[in-house]
Design a protein around this ligand. Structure first.
Ligand code: ATP
Ligand code: MG
Length: 401
């Protein structure tokens, strides 16, 4: 006997009544795309479970991929047997004898197929008895077992699983709309993108780039970060905005103290135009309250004045250390700390206003007109698309750069 399936348990989507069908379909699509480098596996789904039929594929690399898919609460290796008492007993014995360091167990039967003649309770006892008779050194512990043998009796067969592996949680990417992620090369915004994706949101990124003040390498950094995010969302498009002319014009015309605030407002205005064009209904940023000058309550109030689109700020209340921890987990940290300049830091005045007011900034903006530069900038946006690398096309990204 060998484990021939991976059983996937859905996350909180199972709570969402009518939408469930749509959610399951999306999750199915996402799992399928994640596993495209395993041509032999088959994926089946029903309203509360998904089954990956391994067809001889080594389970470990498959599980390594599955753990990044949002919308999965947990998954387990499973062996499928025919729904007869004898075969179920045999399968349970196989599941129990595999792992080491297990002294106590518990059997949990779910009889989904009500035509199966023995009740769940009785099956628990039948299987438990069989396991105790055919092994040595194990005891039953229904409260804190070292191992829980889960048995799901279904019409098409019985799935027997042992260890439960925690999934990524969240909702399947693509089920809750799209957001435009303001992606810098820093530590925070990629983490913000990741957390938004976790809530089922598909991400497109926008990056403001000011050559020659910011180098080609700083842009590459951002593209590599976008590539990293495809691990959670398959495809990520990046809109690269040539920001130099606008920034130069801004710093010629706007009093230094207000430069940063006006620049951020321009970023939001451009982002809104791009979002409109792409049918995107919200923004995501890596802002965290109090971190830097632009992230005071006053600054956020003034910057936010130019758009009434929702701005998702997943990091708003997080500590930097926790953000760093997450960036290490999603493997963006090493890229983010490469020392290349960001457009905001290049032009940042020595003493930006940390407490701007709407009134004052509007007064400053009334004296300047960026319309022409803004339209020109919008026309010259370059859009790149990244998709997740699967082993057979490893070199795709290096060619692009
Ligand atoms: P990060 O680590 O994400 O760069 P930060 O701590 O450096 O954030 P800021 O520089 O104030 O903070 O930027 C706040 C947010 O503004 C960023 O998280 C990002 O969403 C957005 N942002 C900053 N610079 C850029 C840029 N060049 N292009 C696109 N978005 C940007
Ligand atoms: Mg930054």
């Amino acid at each position: 006997m060998q484990y021939d399936h991976i059983l996937i348990r859905y996350g909180e989507m199972s709570l969402k009544g009518k939408n469930r069908k749509h959610f399951v379909a999306k999750l199915y699509e996402n799992v399928k795309s994640k596993l495209q480098s395993f041509p032999d596996i088959k994926i089946k789904r029903n309203r509360d479970r998904m089954y990956i039929l391994l067809n001889g594929e080594d389970p470990q690399p498959v599980m390594d991929q599955i753990k990044d898919v949002f919308g999965i609460q947990s998954f387990s290796l499973a062996v499928k047997v025919n729904s007869t008492e004898e075969e179920i007993n045999e399968g349970a014995l196989f599941a129990l004898t595999k792992p080491e360091n297990v002294k106590t167990f518990k059997v949990s039967v779910r009889r989904v197929d009500k035509q199966f003649p023995v009740s769940s309770q009785d099956m628990n006892r039948v299987i438990g008895g069989h396991l105790l008779r055919n092994t040595e050194g194990y005891q039953v512990d229904v409260h804190q077992p070292d191992m829980e043998i889960m048995v799901e009796i279904r019409r098409d067969g019985t799935y027997i699983t042992s260890e439960k592996v925690k999934g990524a949680g969240g909702l399947p990417v693509g089920t809750t709309g799209k957001s435009l992620l303001l992606l810098s090369g820093g530590i925070d915004s990629p983490v913000a993108g990741y957390l938004t994706m976790k809530r089922g949101v598909e991400i497109e990124a926008i990056h403001f780039h000011s050559p020659p003040y910011t180098s080609e390498r700083s842009k590459q950094k951002v593209l590599e970060l976008a590539q990293k995010l495809t691990r959670f969302g398959n495809k990520v498009r990046v809109h690269v905005v040539p920001f130099t002319k606008l920034q130069q014009s801004l710093y010629r015309q706007v009093p230094e103290h207000y430069g940063m605030t006006v620049m951020r407002r321009l970023m939001m205005r451009i982002s809104e135009r791009v979002a409109d064009r792409e049918g995107i209904l919200s923004f995501t940023t890596g802002e965290s309250l109090g971190q830097v000058a632009s992230q005071t309550m006053e600054s956020m109030n003034v910057i936010n004045e130019v758009t009434n689109y929702p701005i998702i700020r997943p990091l708003i209340s997080m500590d930097k250390l926790d953000i760093i921890e997450l960036s290490k987990q999603i493997d963006t940290y090493e890229i983010s700390i490469r020392p290349y300049e960001d457009c905001c830091t290049v032009f940042v005045p020595s003493q930006p206003k940390t407490r701007p007011t709407r009134e004052k900034v509007n007064e400053v903006e009334a004296k300047v007109d960026f319309t022409q530069e803004l339209e020109e900038t919008l026309e010259n946006i370059e859009t790149l698309e990244f998709s997740e690398e699967h082993s057979e096309k490893e070199n795709e990204f290096s060619d692009l750069l």
